[in-house]
Write a protein that binds this ligand. Structure first.
Ligand code: MG
Length: 259
């Protein structure tokens, strides 16, 4: 098999795996990823999960294939370590990313304080902390997360670098320069793969930065992707699948493998 796909960037929850129906993993999709890896393509999982949560996901869903790289918490870039088991930072990206976030969260303290007040007083959302730093939040439902996002939009007015990533009812604060698209661009730079040879698939708000055509010339989404994602993929000349989750990723991969 020959294909123009040299790098695959695939979201985990709601894209590669389904949480609503069986089977959670599409066998044909897994098999095609394995075949592409066999002919030299690089497979990265690009997720909002942390390294540990992604590892437990790969175990729980009994993945028979291993990603070559993992892009985690919508910003960090990891490669396989020397012993093939553990993940290690690839280049100095994660250090730069951590530094920029530390600076941002200290300068944007007033915005965060405003958001905390709003969330605790006006909503039932749960604040999520990473040790003592506020990392993000989980809303009760889609309507509430929309309400909170609107508040943050006006509260962050004076801080152009203060941004957030949305995924379902979850929201994570971040520096505007760091997102799935930026992490993918850095990986592509490090492994020297051109935009033309990059396939990406995702289903939610936090995937749009890798599906808008800027980083990957072959963006796609499964049928269960939210309308905003489907529009982004369509506008970028990508492929919106008829099928959901892994079956949709398989369909999109086939489309680009054959094109
Ligand atoms: Mg997802």
């Amino acid at each position: 098999m020959s294909s123009r796909i040299q790098l695959l960037s695939i979201d985990f929850d709601g894209t590669l795996v389904s949480h609503v129906g069986e089977p959670a993993l599409n066998r044909q999709c897994v098999e095609l990823i394995r075949e592409l890896q066999d002919v030299g393509a690089i497979w990265a999982i690009n997720t909002g999960r942390s390294v540990d949560l992604l590892e437990s996901g790969l175990t729980n869903f009994e993945f028979q294939i291993r990603p070559d790289f993992i892009l985690t918490t919508e910003r960090d870039v990891f490669r396989r370590g020397g012993n093939g088991d553990k993940w290690e930072p690839f280049g100095d990206w994660n250090d730069r990313c951590a530094r920029d976030h530390a600076e941002l969260f200290s300068s944007a303290q007033p915005v965060l304080a405003e958001v905390i007040d709003f969330v605790t007083q006006e909503t039932k959302a749960r604040l999520i902390y990473d040790s003592d730093r506020l990392e993000g939040l989980a809303a009760e439902n889609e309507e509430e997360i929309e309400h909170i996002a609107r508040f943050i939009e006006q509260a962050r007015g004076g801080h152009p670098k203060f941004d957030y990533q949305r995924n379902g009812i979850y929201l994570r604060f971040c520096h505007t320069d760091y997102h799935k698209g930026a992490a993918l661009a850095e990986l592509a730079r490090l492994v020297d793969v051109a935009r033309d040879n990059i396939f990406a698939a995702g289903d939610h708000h936090n995937d749009i930065s890798m599906l808008n055509g800027k980083v990957a010339a072959m963006p796609s989404c499964p049928a269960n992707a939210i309308p905003e994602v489907q529009n982004a993929v369509r506008n970028a000349g990508g492929y919106v699948a008829q099928q959901e989750h892994g079956a949709g990723v398989y369909e999109a991969l086939l489309h680009f493998v054959k094109s």
